[in-house]
Ligand binder design. Sequence first.
Ligand code: CTP
Ligand code: MG
Length: 214
Amino acid sequence: MNYSTILLAAGKGSRTHLSYNKVFYKLDSGKTVLETSLDLFLNDPDCREVVIVCAEHEIDAMKQLITPDARIRFATGGETRQDSVANGLKEVRNSYVFIHDAARPYLKKESLADLKDALQHEDACLLMIPSIDTVKLVENGYVVRTPRRDDVFRAQTPQCFKTSLIRSCHEQAALDRRQATDDAQLVEWYSDVPVRVVTGDEANIKITIPADLK
Ligand code: CTP
Ligand code: MG
């Protein structure tokens, strides 16, 4: 199945406390976070296009960093992650799109294969892992409810969609000026399309805080 990837790299990485955007951080392999995330998709022949979404002032640095590939294109980031995805979606040309945080360089190719399998029958799916912690809902500093732990999962990326579906959900959210926590939530809000859970991998962390930098 052919698909496009939106690789989100337009954040600031402020919580990592580096003096620069965390996607430029060099991992033990010698490759940066951005290159590592990018290569996983470029090594998949089904991935026909990667739209890297980045801040205007970092486009040149990113172009210098990555090995040129005819499938790579660039889009400009927005104020929020959701705005960045919306900008990336304007550039997407395939019928299916994988939306991925560049800050998740430990994604495995087996997970990509599982997502592609799911898309044979579904129009929306995402990687999720079961919560090992008990999660409690809290209001004003008091616990109001404890969901069954078996019902609680943590969302990761990639999140994958039929392009026409996620585009229309983003357009409606923009009209409503509503910000979701992730792209799957926009599908939950603005469509009846079921969002399929694909079991992910604990290693697929999003580099967020200093402890994630190794
Ligand atoms: N991102 C983006 N555009 C934004 C904000 C975030 O493309 N306006 C991207 C980031 O580059 C990252 C991913 O979305 O790959 C996940 O966001 P997050 O982990 O929050 O990264 P940052 O926003 O960069 O980090 P922080 O919130 O700590 O500043
Ligand atoms: Mg952020």
